[in-house]
Design a protein around this ligand. Structure first.
Ligand SMILES: *Cc1c(COP(=O)(O)O)cnc(C)c1O
Length: 547
């Protein structure tokens, strides 16, 4: 058959064609074609990512959505692999978001090392399922090893401890999860089941449900204590676990966005006086999502130890900071936590999505174990025994390889670059008259706003009521500025709302930057600030007129 004949042959879904797609390439020609596709995916996509910055190609989302309204599944094959790959590269990718641009500094999603694509491809090709040993074998052992490596980074137990547990078929140091949300959920699930454990006349909350548990423990409600800066995954968790998300108590933060210790003590005391309320856990955050601050982990740990409360640290963002000799100490106290969440798809730079949760006590995960006759038999290395997920990919392979390729030294360079650059960026903001730093970087996240010099001077001379009004106007200005910059498509910073440290009690709209891309340097950050000044110059007149 000539190429032309092949072209003209209608696409069919017959048995022969079906079998072909399950086989390795039949011959050298077929293999060459597949390699050509891979080349296209790996390099054309990469070239695209290099060329475009910010949110790519302006196109109305509504107009775009009209191209994706057909809900029928075609009866006959519509296109060949080559056409689909072309569509992905030339039509879909340009309208996705170029998160790998060094000008894309608004979110915790960024460029990943190039080799991650290769590693992920191999994991897909192997298609192991670590729910049970029978579909994963060595990959389950590797997950246990990688979990132990990161556990060691966090808890720094001795060699004998890790020798004992790294490949122990009965104990678990942690588990891979879909992401930080399910890692937090897993930790709270364990804490709930430990608190409402089986006892005389009660066979545990997991079996009997929350209503029975509250009866058995003379309880009306149980709560999770977090700071106001906590990730919303704890509210989801409280919903799923049946606690009710109104029972996630959000404590006040100090001027550095860290959990207030007097606030924590007061709340615990108040709960004690109320009676009939149990505390499932206190959560400390090591790198808040909005501002990157670290809660006072030592103080919280001490209170939890005294009060016998589960202490969880949400280090989904900040965890990998521990590899840095220079900045690892910023997370000091994390080793006192009963459980810790870390996302690998954030600062271990693995592809989406890869979370992990760790437990100080290697028996703690027993609180959520499940067995089934056909899989997950007692005493096996079936990782599905103590995991929220059933079937799941061997994601640990990616981190296993990445840790070898990078070494702690390599990761340390990335972490140090992020924190050092964020600090230089803060210095630059302090120097520029038209900006105001709102939260200086503790790790590699900072927030600021545009606050034109004349407005700053006006604020100085204003009455409290005028100050409040000017603050509202600045909030509008910063919202508009962030939107305009995003729409221009050259760069992207995000925005959020915090307490205004210069005007207590008032909300402040801030621009938020996350410095994790190693290609993001001061030159690029200055470009971004210059662009923001240009945008506000455009808008400034209207701003003043309205005063
Ligand atoms: C990102 C993040 C989460 C949620 O993790 P996902 O992987 O998005 O589910 C939880 N807590 C903190 C502090 C985070 O930064």
């Amino acid at each position: 058959m000539t190429d032309k004949e092949r072209e003209e042959r209608a696409l069919v879904a017959d048995w022969q064609a079906l079998v072909r797609i399950f086989m390795r390439p039949e011959n050298e020609a077929a293999k060459a074609t597949l390699l050509k596709y891979m080349n296209q995916i790996l390099f054309e996509l990469y070239d695209f990512l290099q060329k475009n910055v910010g949110i790519t190609e302006e196109k109305d989302l509504k107009a775009m959505s009209r191209g994706y309204e057909d809900t029928g599944i075609g009866k006959l094959p519509e296109v060949k692999l080559t056409d689909v790959i072309n569509e992905l590269i030339h039509e879909i990718a340009p309208h996705a978001v170029n998160v790998s641009s060094p000008y894309f500094i608004g979110h915790m999603t960024s460029a990943i090392p190039f080799f991650m694509v290769h590693l992920k491809t191999i994991v897909t090709a192997l298609n192991q399922n670590v729910v049970k040993l029978e579909t994963s074998k060595v990959c389950s052992l590797i997950e246990k090893q990688v979990v132990a490596k990161i556990h060691r980074l966090v808890y720094k137990k001795d060699e004998a401890f890790y020798k004992d547990h790294v490949q122990n078929t009965v104990t678990s140091l942690g588990v891979f999860t879909e992401g930080g949300t399910t890692a937090n959920l897993t930790a709270m699930w364990v804490a709930r089941n430990t608190l409402f454990a089986p006892k005389e006349g009660f066979s545990g909350v997991e079996k009997e449900g929350l209503a029975e548990a509250y009866r058995a423990y003379d309880t009306d409600r149980s709560v999770i204590l977090v700071s106001k800066r906590a990730h919303y995954s704890f509210r989801k968790t409280a919903g799923v676990l049946g606690l009710g998300n109104r029972h996630v108590i959000r404590l006040e933060v100090d001027e550095n966005n860290r959990m207030s210790i007097p606030g924590l003590l007061d709340t615990i005391e108040q709960i004690r006086q109320e009676g009939r309320t149990k505390i499932i856990a206190v959560v400390g955050i090591a790198g808040t999502t909005e501002t990157g601050n670290v809660d006072p982990l030592h103080e919280i740990a001490e209170i939890c130890r005294r009060e016998k409360i589960h202490f969880h640290v949400d280090a989904a963002w900040g965890g990998p900071t521990l590899v840095s000799d220079k900045y690892g100490h910023l997370l000091s106290g994390i080793e006192l936590a009963d459980s810790v969440t870390i996302d690998a798809h954030k600062q271990f730079y693995t592809p989406m999505s890869c979370g992990m949760v760790f437990f100080k006590d290697p028996k703690h995960l027993d609180a959520i174990q499940y067995h089934a006759n056909y899989v997950n038999r007692r005493g096996s290395v079936d990782l599905g025994i103590k995991s929220l997920a059933g079937s799941r990919e061997a994601n640990s392979l990616v981190l296993y390889c990445a840790l070898k390729i990078m070494g702690s030294e390599g990761y340390s360079l990335l972490i140090n670059h992020g924190i050092d650059t964020a600090r230089s960026f803060a210095d630059e903001l302090r120097k520029r008259d038209n900006f105001q730093l709102i939260t200086p970087p503790e790790l590699n996240i900072l927030t600021y706003r545009i606050c034109p010099k004349p407005v700053k001077e006006l604020i100085e001379r204003s009455t409290p009521a005028e100050k409040k009004r000017l603050n509202e106007r600045l909030n509008e200005l910063n919202k508009a500025l962030q939107r305009r910059q995003r729409e221009a498509g050259h760069s992207f910073v995000s925005r959020t709302v915090l307490n205004n440290p210069y005007l207590p009690g008032e909300p402040v709209v801030v621009l938020r930057c996350v410095i994790m891309n190693p290609m993001t340097d001061m030159e690029i950050l200055n470009d971004i600030l210059d662009e923001q000044e240009e945008i506000y110059n455009d808008m400034f007149n209207s701003f003043v007129c309205l005063e």
